[in-house]
Design a protein. Sequence first.
Length: 236
Amino acid sequence: MSTKYFLYVKSENESTDSDKKSQIFFLNSPQTFLLPQVNMDYYSRNGLFEKGLIEWCKQFGNGSKVMLDIGAHTGTYSLCLAQNFKEVHSFEPQKMTYYALCGSVALSSLTNVICHQVGLGDSTQVGTQTLNIVSNDGGGSSLHATGGVMKQETIEIKTLDSFNLDNVGFIKMDVEENELYVLKGAVNTLRRSGLPKILFESNSVNEPLFNFLKELGYGIIKINGFHNMFLASSAT
């Protein structure tokens, strides 16, 4: 059983006890996305960001395995791939983006997606950290940003290993230069799950990151058509 939701919308200037201008919207769809309004023109013309890449990722689906969406934003990957996995754990530390993620999951009636308002890192980052927000759509927020910071937010950081997850079959990771730290805090999870495939973003050839993956036993494949997307797959 899964609860279905509708939207009840009141006018900005309407008093709580007045219903004259209220509207009701029922979204009868298994996938309903709450997306940043600032990107509305792009979505109306092109659809979802990275939609082709998301469709490509469905080949890694396994109904008995767990998927991890690390840096989930408002949940595009989580929603689109939820039906391909037993369970999805979605990690998003930024407050308003996390709320939109939860709204997307609720409106899509997905009971197998678990949302976590936390950032992931290694043991040196555990605790509270400052997240630098660099855009109005929540994208690009980073612990490491040094320029173009619009505002800052205090977030909680944990290691992936602290969640004691196993049976992980696929990981999507987009954490804006914190990938190496996430992996350092996830070694036990990765080994316990047999080195699941990892789709990750790297805006440059990050030798420390690539070398760490290789030391764990991964090979790295560049994704055709993307200058900054890679797939880490077990080298054995």
